[in-house]
Design a protein around this ligand. Structure first.
Ligand code: HAM
Length: 432
């Protein structure tokens, strides 16, 4: 086989670029994190919502914005067999808004609060912390304009991050104004960049026309330099937005949540109004936001629903898990018992005993088919089982089963019907 052929086979048998498999024991960490989020979010009145992974492409164009990177370059879009334009969701907010309107959820008492988990898809250039399929846990709350709700969801995020023992997270906060004050700010930015325009990167030259705020978000060095001294949004906020922002800051301070105001935090999605925020970590490299969100008071209405203020955020699971793995070692779960059997009658009895113990809550690994006792015990040791139960013809006849503590190297016998009592004493596990 030539090298080219080998590479071809490898490509065919590896996950597509920018996607990844999540394997045990990492999956345990994912499960613990997701169930912790669910537990905390439910305390704040958020209920789970599940929307399809695909939507009509229009849903994302109309919400995220025609001139954003996501819509211009990153969507996985295709025509289905009936010629419909379909897109794999690049984020969750647009789908939840579509769902909120479709099911007339605005008729229910406000605020309506939802959370979701699942994969998102963006055709981005993969790098550390940036994938083409990634996972988010997101929350969206509809029908309340008060800054107390913004403060509450930031507190909820902060509590969640504390609960999973994630330290060193910074909250960055900004207000990007509303339809009344943002046009004035955009004009100020446009005139600031007018004479610097030629020096901007090609993306920012386009942003100069489509949405000059996004120039503030650009990571290209020369754009960072050129924007030095640019007008700052806090100076352009209308009274309502100023008041909303100061009330939010006051509430966060009273809750003891530390934050820094970052006037350049404009976010890459077009739907935001007023509050924007990110939870960042310096341990993540350039993709430092572990969670991000903000207010989007006009989106429901722009989608054809009634005027409905809304606010939410999404946590990037891969980034969160990277930070957690840096802090704690995770190991493969081990069985409580390895069931070693010699002979087919003993195997039949062993299966019954194993079923019985699993029903009582124990984690049991079985030996399947014939092998010497020595090799079965070696396997039990290799997978980390602390206890082996051994059953053969003699044990079947006597009704007594052998046990071996693989850590303490002790052994003994027990009546078959007393096995679970033995597990309680030998394993010291009274909860099962
Ligand atoms: P976003 O900033 O695009 O916002 O994504 C939120 C989080 O998802 C990011 O902070 C990051 O942790 C993670 N993330 C985004 N893209 C990638 C990627 N390519 N690879 C790995 N992780 C990624 C939204 O998606 C908004 N829908 C958040 C929101 C909810 N705003 C209001 N409600």
């Amino acid at each position: 086989m030539t090298k080219k052929e080998r590479v071809k086979i490898l490509v065919k048998h590896s996950a597509p670029k920018g996607t990844h498999d999540i394997l045990p024991p990492d999956t345990s960490l994912w499960q613990i994190t997701e169930s912790m989020a669910k537990e905390i979010f439910e305390k704040y009145g958020f209920n789970e919502i599940r929307t399809p992974l695909i939507e009509h492409t229009e849903v994302f164009i109309r919400s995220i914005g025609e001139n954003t990177d996501i819509v211009e370059k990153e969507m996985y879009t295709f025509s289905d067999k009936a010629g419909r334009n379909i897109t794999l969701r690049p984020e969750g907010t647009a789908s939840v808004v579509r769902c909120y309107i479709e099911h007339n959820l605005h008729n229910l008492p406000s605020p309506q609060k939802f959370f979701y988990t699942g994969p998102m898809f963006r055709y981005e250039r993969p790098q550390k912390g940036r994938f083409r399929q990634f996972h988010q846990i997101g929350v969206e709350a509809f029908g309340e304009a008060q800054p107390s709700l913004d403060a509450e969801i930031i507190a909820m995020l902060s509590n969640f991050l504390k609960k999973i023992n994630l330290e060193g997270i910074n909250f960055e906060l900004n207000s990007i104004g509303c339809e009344n004050c943002r046009p004035g700010y955009k004009t100020a930015l446009t005139s600031f960049f007018e004479r610097k325009r030629e020096g901007l990167c090609p993306d920012c030259q386009r942003r100069y026309i489509s949405n000059p705020l996004r120039i503030l978000d650009c990571k290209v060095n020369r754009c960072v330099e050129l924007r030095e001294g640019s007008p700052m949004i806090p100076d352009y906020l209308c009274n309502e937005c100023k008041y909303h922002f100061s009330e939010l800051k006051e509430r966060l301070e009273s809750l003891g949540i530390a934050f820094i105001v970052n006037p350049e935090l404009v976010r890459g999605l077009d739907y935001y109004t007023k509050t924007t925020f990110e939870a960042t970590s310096s341990h993540l490299g350039s993709q430092k936001a572990v969670a991000a969100g903000g207010r989007y008071d006009r989106l429901v209405q722009e989608f054809g629903g009634p005027p409905t203020p809304a606010v939410g955020f999404a946590i990037g699971m891969e980034r969160l898990i990277t930070l957690l793995k840096d802090r704690r070692k995770i190991s493969m779960p081990v069985p409580d018992v390895y069931m070693a059997t010699i002979g087919s009658d003993a195997e039949i009895e062993g299966i019954k005993i194993a079923e019985n113990l699993r029903e009582k809550g124990y984690r049991i690994e079985m030996h399947y088919g014939g092998a010497s006792l020595k090799s079965q015990l070696r396997k039990a040791d290799r997978i980390g089982a602390p206890l082996a139960l051994i059953i053969g013809d003699d044990e079947l006849k006597s009704g007594r089963i052998k046990w071996k503590d693989l850590n303490k190297k002790e052994q003994g016998e027990v009546e078959i019907h007393n096995v679970s009592a033995l597990l309680k004493t030998v394993r010291g596990n009274d909860s099962k």
